[in-house]
Design a protein around this ligand. Structure first.
Ligand code: FES
Length: 185
């Protein structure tokens, strides 16, 4: 599924109608809060206050409870993410194998720092803790795929390939696993 651009969510945004349809389709109870949040993040790309508020009203749960769930689970994000979200592991094994240099290369290629998204909405950059792939250190995930044994060169190559892919197939956000020096694990 494509990851829609996430800027400028207004009350008349048609994605709210899609979310409401999902809620009506057997998810209109507080116990479905996590499922509804998952669907909302698929639709909007992130979970800003207006989306949380909409869900709180629809499921009849306090906004504080929605916020609590969103901030508890790492999967959910309060910030817009790019079509290809990048998470660079800065856990110990990755750090000692050069994750800092890989991160710096991503920053240079993208012109952004961790916590930011490129103006074209293609990439967002984050750092994370160990993702359990220490044997492949240093690792990063891009659009959900794990890439290991990264170097500055393969980081640069990955960005170029994802950019080329986005240019060729602008609607295909989920396309990952491109042939690179840093193969998906
Ligand atoms: S420290 Fe990076 S995967 Fe474990």
């Amino acid at each position: 599924m494509s990851r829609p651009c996430c800027q400028g969510i207004t009350p008349d945004d048609p994605r709210f109608a899609e979310l409401d349809a999902f809620i009506r389709d057997g998810h209109a109870a507080p116990r479905f809060l996590i499922a509804v949040l998952h669907r909302a993040q698929e639709l909007f790309g992130y979970l800003p206050e207006e989306v949380q508020s909409h869900i709180a009203k629809a499921l009849h749960v306090p906004p504080s409870e929605v916020y609590g769930v969103v901030t508890f689970y790492n999967y959910f994000t309060l910030k817009p993410v790019g079509k290809f979200p990048i998470n660079v592991c800065m856990g110990t094994a990755c750090y000692v194998q050069g994750a800092g240099r890989v991160l710096a290369q991503f920053e240079q290629e993208l012109g952004i720092k961790p916590g930011e998204m490129t103006p074209d909405g293609l990439f967002s950059l984050e750092v994370c803790r160990c993702i359990g792939a220490c044997g492949l250190a240093p690792v990063a995930t891009i659009a959900g795929e794990v890439y290991g044994k990264l170097t500055e060169a393969t980081a640069k190559k990955l960005i170029a390939e994802f950019r080329a892919q986005a240019a060729a197939e602008p609607g295909q956000a989920e396309a990952v696993g491109v042939a690179t020096g840093g193969e998906p694990a």
